[in-house]
Design a protein around this ligand. Sequence first.
Ligand code: NAD
Length: 307
Amino acid sequence: GTRRVLVTGCSSGIGLAVAVRLAKDEMKRFKVVATMRDLEKRGALERAAGDTLSRTLEIRPLDVCCEDSIRECVNSMPERRVDVLVSNAGVGMIGPLEVQSVREMQDLFNTNFFGLVRLVKELLPDMKRRQSGHIVVMSSVMGIQGLLFNDVYAASKFAVEGFCESLAVQAMKFNINLSLVEPGPVITEFERKVYEEAQNMDLSGTDEETARIFCEIYLPYSRKVFSSLGQTPEEVAEQTHQLLVAKNPPFRHQTNRLYTPMTAMKHADPTGRLPIDAFYKMVFQHDRVFNASLGIMRLLQRRTGKS
Ligand code: NAD
């Protein structure tokens, strides 16, 4: 039968694209409840949804930071049935630690980590009772490998990964699937928002050298990564759709094959030196090494065939 899907953070980016892709499934296998914190931002989703609106896609309010809002949304569904949860809502944060307040860091964890925890707490008991369900979590390659000036964001995605890895074994016992989708850079509002914040950032709280590294090395490096490796939200949505219709969905799925050599380094060296050295070279000897590594990644991609 048709599976009822709840997606969070659908006013833009990956969440919007996933909701629309599932609603447009050729075999009409999904009924999508696309949720967002602020319904006034529904315009882009409505336009993208086109004639699936009110057929296979409905828009409802949901704030992942508010338990009542989650419960209200789930209660509004027939028999409270959610077969598939796509936990996507998330926020980014870049910059030197010294200029970020603990309060801001807690807010980020409240969305990126506790948002997922709240959703799972609300839905898991029902899924266990029905002995079915699929929880799909929008993680990140930064849930596997950290990146400088992304300390707190990466930590929140590591938290997400640890939570899911632990829960996966219990979920399996109840016939519930759990999958982490790990995109590399994706061109969305997310990127625009973090750069905008970086542009207006008061860097007086940190030393000159750190401020210089952030502005003159990290930011241009990061832009280059986005423009050369960046995927569209539609590509991530397509792969999320494939994962949801797969017979045996993977626990982890990286969406960007150009990025996999970066995360593979971690498993290649138990001392942890390899990825840290590699990232150091990539960032601080960026022009030469970055272009070389990009070349190698392209070569690897061609070798391994399909993209
Ligand atoms: P985005 O900013 O376009 O979308 C994030 C959405 O989450 C927004 O619509 C925002 O309004 C919503 N949101 C924020 N707080 C919320 C809350 N409390 N309740 C409900 N919704 C809330 O960015 P995106 O790139 O589409 O990000 C989606 C997910 O993908 C995030 O979890 C992000 O960490 C992850 N991700 C993004 C990238 C990237 O490069 N863009 C890479 C890897 C992973």
